[in-house]
Design a protein around this ligand. Structure first.
Ligand code: ADP
Length: 244
């Protein structure tokens, strides 16, 4: 029996969680929260809770993967078994492997890889709780963890998705909107260089809708970029206070 499709936008034009179409979820970012990692960051974006830890540049293991002219960036995206309602197997799924690649490739252009030949940089992303848009929030957090590790970067990388639910283009889709909506367009950006490092699309959009979604996602990225910079500053201000 076919079910009547659930309305994702109400009569007032508000979304299931009360947001306006162009509104981000509430975001909290903290930098430098894992003392045992070289760099780390934590992001809470709506119900997403994500930790990113960075090690390196350090000696590459296994050695045969090292490159004579640059560092090798590796990334592991992992969802904790308790991160979704039904227990997720801790073994890497196809999706985990894809997202690890996508996150690595969106961060790589920001790093001066040639500064550290024969070494490796490892990024670990742990999804403690997932509610849609984890690849974007992971990129935002991992880029801060790289900066926190003192790795020279051209710019921070920030990511945000926009998409279509019912017939409206909306920013920063949560899980239900992602699953029941029409399309999802995650975008990663180096805002100062105005360079896009990730652009994906899931679903179907007309060209005009696609353009609107990309522009909205870029607007979201720029807002989150301000929060990223504030979170980095907050860490160094707290270090300064301890030293004084
Ligand atoms: P993203 O998190 O970047 O949007 P997807 O579109 O692949 O990536 O996933 C959307 C959402 O689906 C995730 O954020 C998560 O909330 C949910 N999800 C992913 N994998 C599982 C799973 N194994 N079980 C339940 N929910 C999942």
């Amino acid at each position: 029996m076919s079910q009547k499709p659930e309305k994702l936008i109400d009569k007032k034009g508000l979304r299931l969680d009360g947001r306006k179409p162009e509104e981000l979820r509430s975001i909290k970012i903290e930098v430098g929260i894992l003392p045992n990692a070289d760099g780390s960051a934590y992001i809470q974006q709506g119900k997403n809770k994500i930790l990113a830890g960075v090690y390196g540049p350090r000696e590459m293991h296994p050695k045969h993967l090292a490159r004579p002219d640059r560092t090798v960036l590796r990334c592991r995206y992992h969802m904790a078994p308790f991160s979704v309602q039904e227990r997720k197997s801790p073994a890497p799924s196809r999706r985990d492997i894809e997202l690890s690649k996508v996150i690595r490739e969106s961060l790589q252009p920001a790093i001066f890889l040639e500064y550290y030949p024969r070494t490796g940089i490892d990024i670990f992303v742990e999804i403690l709780q997932a509610d849609g848009g984890t690849r974007c929030a992971s990129i935002t957090a991992a880029s801060l963890a790289l900066a926190d590790a003192g790795i020279p970067m051209r710019d921070l990388v920030v990511a945000c998705a926009a998409g279509k639910v019912d017939d409206t283009i909306v920013l920063d889709l949560m899980d239900t909107e992602d699953k029941k909506g029409g399309a999802d367009v995650p975008v990663a950006l180096m805002p100062n260089l105005n360079a896009i490092t990730l652009l994906q699309m899931d679903g179907i959009l007309t060209f005009e809708e696609f353009e609107k979604a990309v522009n909205l996602a870029l607007k979201g990225c720029r807002k989150i970029y301000t929060m990223q910079k504030e979170a980095l500053k907050a860490k160094y201000e707290s270090v300064k206070e301890v030293e004084e």
